[in-house]
Design a protein around this ligand. Structure first.
Ligand code: DAH
Length: 344
């Protein structure tokens, strides 16, 4: 009985070896393994066979179908390779055509600049502290020395949630309180952290202001930290970020959570201070708000301000990226336009 099957198998292999083109292979497939193919017919015949031979026949017929399927695949590969070679030789495939460019993903410009900030501050001994995006009014304002109903709150218009007193943070400064309470061990340990994160403000969206943007907050708390420490530290950062010759200047300012407070400018790196469109012909670019941590804020963080002091600063990475790459509209950052993103 089984000899019939073996003979069929041998014939099929022979026919396969003789198939030397894709068309011939297709024909072989329908003749042997297709719906009306010989092997398919033999398999189908299993049911009609007498009980004694049925099992052995079915088993072998199945094996043969698998072996042939495998042999067909191998043959197909060989034929494809041979046909490709023919195409190449006949000049049908033009190997001098340029290759197709592959699209590779890239990091978002904000991610890049955030990583650069974290690397530089990390080298200077500041660890990254992640604080929450959803804050309470206490942390976002009160503990930072914004008294209730004080007009300083209008500096930053908030997004409110449906839970009273719960808002989206308008700046990364509330993370100062959380870091002090979390890492300060009850006001007994010095601290050096940066707090990168997204901030949210209920504002008109324009080329210069978005409703969401990153900030990188910095905080150092210790015994005997003075304003000169802040100035030296920021100057060192500026040299690493903007180049060895970067000069920095400070302007008096006001923030409720620092006293004294100042605005930090870096000499315009596009025109080297000569004055250009980007620095609005002033020669200087604003890079951060900063100051000495207000005693009330230290106290709210668990430190005794008669023994401990600190400095803080807040930087805008999107602003830095805009200055560096001459980007004129902040809306590009969250617009998800590939033509913008692909440039980085
Ligand atoms: N939180 C301020 C803002 O959003 C930025 C800032 C200013 C942060 C001075 C500071 C600081 O830590 O000392 O505008």
């Amino acid at each position: 009985m089984l000899e019939t099957l073996e003979a069929q198998y041998a014939d099929a292999l022979e026919a396969l070896a003789a198939s030397d083109s894709s068309e011939a292979l297709d024909a072989w497939q329908s003749a042997w393994l297709g719906r009306r193919g010989a092997i398919t017919a033999s398999l189908r015949a299993t049911g009609q066979l007498p009980q004694e031979t049925r099992a052995a026949w079915g088993k072998r017929a199945n094996e043969i179908r698998q072996l042939l399927t495998h042999a067909q695949e191998e043959r197909e590969e060989a034929i494809c390779a041979a046909e490709l070679l023919l195409d190449l030789e006949s000049g049908f495939i033009d190997v001098t055509l340029p290759g197709r460019q592959r699209q590779a993903g890239g990091l978002h410009p904000s991610t890049r600049i955030l990583r650069e900030f974290a690397r530089i501050w990390g080298e200077m001994g500041f660890q990254v502290y992640r604080s929450r995006d959803v804050e309470t009014d206490e942390y976002n304002f009160q503990y930072l020395n914004f008294p209730p109903h004080h007009p300083a709150r209008d500096m930053q218009d908030s997004f409110y949630t449906t839970t009273p007193g719960v808002i989206l943070r308008t700046h990364t400064s509330p993370g100062q309180i959380r870091a002090m309470r979390d890492l300060g061990a009850g006001g007994t340990r010095p601290l050096r952290v940066i707090l990168p994160g997204m901030c949210y403000r209920y504002e008109q969206i324009t080329a210069r202001s978005e409703v969401q943007f990153h900030q990188v907050e910095g905080l150092a708390v210790g015994r005997g930290i003075r304003m000169t420490d802040l100035k030296g530290t920021v100057a060192a950062f500026a040299r690493r970020m903007f180049g060895e010759n970067a000069r920095v200047r400070y302007r008096a300012s006001y923030f409720p959570f620092t006293e004294p407070s100042m605005e930090i400018d870096v000499e315009c790196f596009l025109c080297d201070g000569a004055g250009c469109r980007v620095c609005k012909y002033s020669g200087w670019l604003e890079i951060a708000g900063s100051g000495m941590v207000h005693p009330t804020v230290l106290r709210n963080g668990g430190y005794d301000p008669s023994e401990w002091s600190g400095f803080a600063f807040g930087m805008g990475p999107e602003r830095s990226a805009m200055l560096r790459h001459d980007i004129h509209d902040i809306r590009y950052f969250w617009g998800n336009d590939l033509r913008f993103l692909e440039q980085f």
